[in-house]
Design a protein around this ligand. Structure first.
Ligand code: FE
Length: 136
């Protein structure tokens, strides 16, 4: 796994857009059907918007009908950290970027095969990179 990235709240606030900061660092949620990627099908890789770690591949993206980009598995299990989230009177599993701790969304056990998992991710937590794009 890539080395951990730690930054101060002040650094994150400076580097991220207000929307990214609210979702990724304060565990907010973008409104369904409003994000950049809920309906995209372009091949490529989805990177962590905060640290650039490659988190999800377009091949595992599926149309969940939820209004958020949804994937049935991450590129590598270790790249995602999971934690119980008991907010809003529900018990959910929050998922974060292992490298930088960015809040990504939640994972639910109602996804398609082969994993049966649904990683429900905020678009604003991700950055899409086409397969043929230059690495930056
Ligand atoms: Fe990250």
């Amino acid at each position: 796994m890539a080395e951990k990235m730690t930054k101060t709240e002040e650094e994150w606030r400076r580097e991220l857009t207000p929307e990214q900061y609210a979702v990724c660092r304060q565990k907010g949620t973008e409104r369904a059907f409003t994000g950049a990627y809920w309906n995209t099908k372009e091949p490529g890789v989805y990177l962590c918007a905060c640290c650039g770690e490659e988190l999800f591949a377009s091949e595992t993206k599926f149309d969940s009908g939820s209004g958020w980009p949804s994937f049935y598995e991450p590129i590598e299990a270790e790249r995602i950290a999971a934690e119980a989230d008991r907010s809003f009177g529900m018990v959910r599993t929050e998922v974060m970027c292992s490298r930088c701790g960015a809040h990504l969304g939640h994972v639910f056990p109602d996804g398609p095969q082969p994993t049966g998992q649904r990683y429900c991710i905020n678009s604003v937590s991700l950055r899409h990179r086409a397969h043929d794009a230059k690495t930056d």
